[in-house]
Ligand binder design. Structure first.
Ligand code: ATP
Ligand code: MG
Length: 420
């Protein structure tokens, strides 16, 4: 894509109500914009591209694990919530409204009821099990204190998956598979994370684990073992506990951002909603369920909390909106612009996602283009400047800010190698 054609309103300073680094940087670099309502954001082109990249990774790994993607309406009949009693239990976070016929509805904050309703209409026999259905869809929670930008919005993108099984053992197998799948997703995104034991809370059920993106700004306090992989939310382990219950090693306290949560749900929902299947003996039984969430839009904030410096965002390889920013220092110079255009086509032909900074307006000199590159946080820039007459360009590594002179003839293979 061409910078000159994209809406990227970078700013020197963020509005004063933004206090968290990721919130400030995502606003300043033109990824998101306040929509005017608290906890509601417009995703500008860079934000939308990045969200789609993260979403694609989540989808790819879930599909590989055998999950089925579906799409449910964001509006759910309140009657479904009444079947499980959650219409009352969920409280003010659940936004309710009525249509012209006075029927009650909710804006979905999560979709257990709606997904059980989908499955009870279609799955009748143990032969159709196990089944894992998911969607990546907007959720609405009327949070008491929406804050920190994408970290705690009122409308946010969540991947919510629900699995259905004939036995508890099979549900436990799927729970373990989802834990492995989540690890793959978080690793691909380049995140430093920890899986911790968690409270099963209001949703109910037996086992529950949270995926914590480690960051000082995290709202959750967790205890992690220095010797093994044990970790627990302080909701389930005393904050002054120093011995690891798994290996006897030393526990230390740290902060995390909850980016994912997996639950062993059991039959609470299927019983309440009479969602049953015929077992091998032709007897009706309620489905044994698991439920698995990832905060997809929250992940954008989490990635930046972990990957930034004083100049701006530093996106990880797989999350970056573009892999390469071709900066044409003087876009009015025909030789530079031609070289830029040519490199742009060649990189695209190799499947590299690339943006061409072709801006020519007076205000957008070379310095501004480099500053925008640093603020946006694209992994590499290729600078096409005066040295192009000698067949030379410069690569800037966003993470290290190191510069390297490369022959124009070698640039495509150099970039492809750096990205692999
Ligand atoms: P939190 O404790 O942070 O409020 P939660 O326990 O309410 O989270 P879940 O119901 O488990 O969250 O939802 C699944 C995932 O959705 C969470 O792990 C989190 O990543 C994300 N999420 C929840 N609430 C929000 C929000 N208000 N804004 C952005 N993402 C959210
Ligand atoms: Mg919550």
């Amino acid at each position: 894509m061409r910078f000159s054609r994209l809406l990227i309103p970078t700013m020197k300073e963020a509005p004063s109500d933004a206090v968290l680094t990721s919130h400030i940087l995502l606003l300043r670099a033109g990824f998101i914009q306040s929509s005017g309502g608290s906890g509601l954001y417009n995703f500008l082109p860079l934000g939308k591209i990045t969200l789609d990249k993260v979403r694609a990774i989540v989808k790819d790994e879930l599909d590989k694990a055998g999950c089925n993607e579906v799409h449910l309406p964001m509006v759910t009949p309140l009657s479904l919530w009444e079947e499980t009693g959650r219409a009352d239990k969920f409280g003010s976070e659940l936004l309710r409204f009525k249509d012209r016929h006075q029927n009650g509805f909710t804006l979905s904050p999560t979709n257990e009821e709606a997904m059980v309703n989908l499955v009870r209409q279609t799955v009748k026999s143990y032969k159709q099990l196990p089944l894992n259905v998911y969607q990546i869809n907007w959720k609405f929670r009327d949070e008491v204190r929406p804050r920190f930008g994408l970290m705690r919005g009122r409308e946010f993108l969540m991947k919510d998956a629900y699995s259905f099984h004939a036995t508890v053992e099979d549900m436990e197998r799927e729970f373990a598979l989802m834990e492995e799948t989540y690890k793959k997703i978080f690793t691909r995104l380049g995140l430093d994370f920890k899986v911790v034991e968690a409270d099963s809370g209001a949703i109910g059920g037996a086992g529950s684990k949270e995926f914590m993106v480690l960051a000082d700004s995290g709202e959750d306090t967790i205890m992690v073992c220095e010797s093994c992989d044990f970790g627990a939310n302080v909701e389930v382990i005393a904050e002054d506990e120093t011995l690891c219950p798994k290996c006897g090693g030393t526990l230390s306290q740290t902060k995390g951002i909850e980016a994912g949560h997996i639950f062993q749900l059991g039959t609470t929902y299927s019983e309440a909603m009479k969602a049953e299947f015929l077992n091998k003996n032709q007897k009706l039984e309620p489905f044994v369920m698991g439920t698995y969430g990832i905060g997809v839009s929250r992940l954008l904030a989490g990635i930046i909390e972990q990957n930034h410096d004083e100049k701006g965002c530093v996106w990880t390889k797989e999350s970056a909106p573009f892999s390469v920013d071709i900066i044409v220092a003087k876009a009015k110079n025909a030789e530079q612009m031609e070289a830029g255009d040519k490199l742009y086509s060649m990189l695209q032909a190799k499947g590299v996602s690339v943006i061409l900074d072709d801006r020519v307006d007076k205000k957008t000199g070379f310095g501004v283009k480099v500053k925008d590159f640093e603020l946006i946080g694209i992994p590499f820039a290729v600078v096409i400047g005066n040295d192009i007459s000698d067949g030379k360009v410069e690569i800037i590594n966003r993470e290290t800010l190191e510069k390297e002179e490369v022959l124009l003839d070698m640039i495509v293979e150099t970039i492809v190698e750096k990205l692999s």
